[in-house]
Design a protein around this ligand. Sequence first.
Ligand SMILES: *[C@@H]1O[C@H](CO)[C@@H](O)[C@H](O)[C@H]1NC(C)=O
Length: 233
Amino acid sequence: MEPAAATMLSGRRALPILLAVFALLAAAVTVSARGGAERAPTLVFILAGQSNMGGRGGATSGNRWDGVVPPECAPSPRTLRLSPSLRWEEAREPLHAGVDAGNVVGVGPGMPFAHALLRSPACPRGAVVGLVPCAQGGTPIANWSRGTEMYERMVARARVAGAGTGRVAALLWFQGEADTMRREDALAYAGRMEAFVRDVRRDLALPNLLVIQVLGSRRRSGRGISRGSGWTW
Ligand SMILES: *[C@@H]1O[C@H](CO)[C@@H](O)[C@H](O)[C@H]1NC(C)=O
């Protein structure tokens, strides 16, 4: 077969075939360029904090994720995630795979947030959400002060995410339980959170960056106290 094809290409019929091949290639390039543009996020959200944000849904027993993806966590062509290697890809659970290192990750709040946003009448038409998972299980806020590994990783990822077509719309922060064990950590939390918000806004050069925080209280033995209240900075 190969010699025949080569002979054919070297013959007089080669030109039309080559032209056809070029036309196909050109079409493919156009499609992928357009596809790429469609798949660039327009609204970028940084997801940070500890396991509540990293996601443990379906991953709290047996040391593995059960693989169940509820409808509110289903993938959508309009929701991308920044991969650990800093590439945009279609977002899939577990969203924090490869980011929340050393932990068994499951479903979390990122995908339902994106779905709710895209469903909202206030959402710009044609918006594509870019999620930037940065959370790490078990980290107290001291692990997120300026200069720490977590902080610098988050800022580096947020910079890449905001460098393209998308604008960083908000930082979603779901953390706090690691700081409820010791009284001094709890008392220092507000000041550390304020410093965190101030530093992130400065380092990203986004002085008005919206920070949406979920405050969770520690689950006490016997009674399940797991309240969350939203704060916006
Ligand atoms: C959190 O901070 C402690 C104390 O500095 C450090 O040993 C630990 O490696 C940090 N963890 C992460 C995930 O950055």
